[in-house]
Design a protein around this ligand. Structure first.
Ligand code: MF3
Ligand code: CO
Ligand code: CO
Length: 254
């Protein structure tokens, strides 16, 4: 098996899907307020995605029951929207993957509820910087390992740990394609990036230990092993002749 090189037509399709996924994150901002449940946000996301002629990729994916992932506080990823009521001080990751005309766009970001602690804000800022640092490594000829090498170097220099049990991934024609994009890696390890490859970088950064545990009851929710906070940002990235293009950056802040 090898890493797919996307055709012009596929790139156009994935670009459109990626833009919609990013626009969904933006649309959801108004609903991330104290008193709303994560299920309500899920409903809003579902409607928005359907109204735009797409489908939420997570719904029924390996029996995942909802249209987005909503991961609050110590939840690292794959949080299932439900009756949880958002409260002042919460930090929340929403991860949206759209399927538009058969093409996948995958992105996530952090949201804050009311006034959050300085510690939580610092974690969010460093995690966003980690994604930016990973993106800087995206150009033809560079090796995938350098993404994880640089992210891990930066995060640990700030006193945080990097989750190694979940990775970024090739994306576009399917939800999870080759390669696995690790956020902790050896310098100059892995395959080389080539023009036309599309993949995600989605670092999960923890305040405490890197280890996670998956909820035994729901089989999905991954939490930090020590109950400390975790944050994540994700973009879908195309390798271009000179560097890369972010296919999910609707905010323009990367
Ligand atoms: N969107 C997630 C990712 O970035 C995957 C979610 S899979 C689910 O890869 F089943 F949990 F929804
Ligand atoms: Co992803
Ligand atoms: Co995602």
């Amino acid at each position: 098996m090898s890493i797919r090189i996307k055709s012009k037509e596929q790139i156009e399709g994935i670009r459109n899907s990626g833009r919609l996924a990013g626009e969904t994150l933006k649309y959801l901002e108004q609903f991330v307020v104290a008193g709303n449940t994560t299920d309500f946000i899920n409903e809003k996301a579902h409607e928005f995605i359907i109204q735009h002629g797409a489908k939420p990729a997570t719904l029924n994916y390996n029996k995942f029951p909802k249209s987005i992932c909503a991961s609050v506080n110590d939840v690292v990823c794959h949080g299932i929207p439900g009756p949880y009521v958002l409260k002042d001080g919460d930090i929340l990751n929403i991860d949206v993957t759209t399927i538009l005309k058969g093409y996948y766009g995958d992105t996530c970001k952090m949201y804050t509820v009311g006034k959050i602690s300085q510690e939580a804000q610092d974690l969010i800022d460093v995690t966003k910087e980690c994604l930016k640092i990973g993106i800087k490594e995206c150009y033809p000829g560079n090796r995938f390992g350098n993404i994880g090498y640089e992210i891990n170097r930066f995060a640990t220099s700030k006193g945080y740990s990097v989750v190694y049990e979940f990775c970024g991934h090739g994306v576009g024609v399917a939800f999870h394609e080759e390669p696995e994009v690790s956020h902790v890696a050896e310098k100059n390890s892995g395959k080389r990036m080539r023009e036309g490859m599309i993949f995600t970088i989605e670092p999960m950064i923890n305040q405490g230990k890197a280890r996670t545990k998956v909820d035994r009851t729901d089989g999905w929710t991954a939490r930090t092993i020590d109950g400390m906070l975790s944050a994540q940002f994700e973009h879908t990235i195309l390798i271009t002749p000179k560097g890369c293009e972010l296919l999910t950056d609707v905010y323009g802040d990367f």
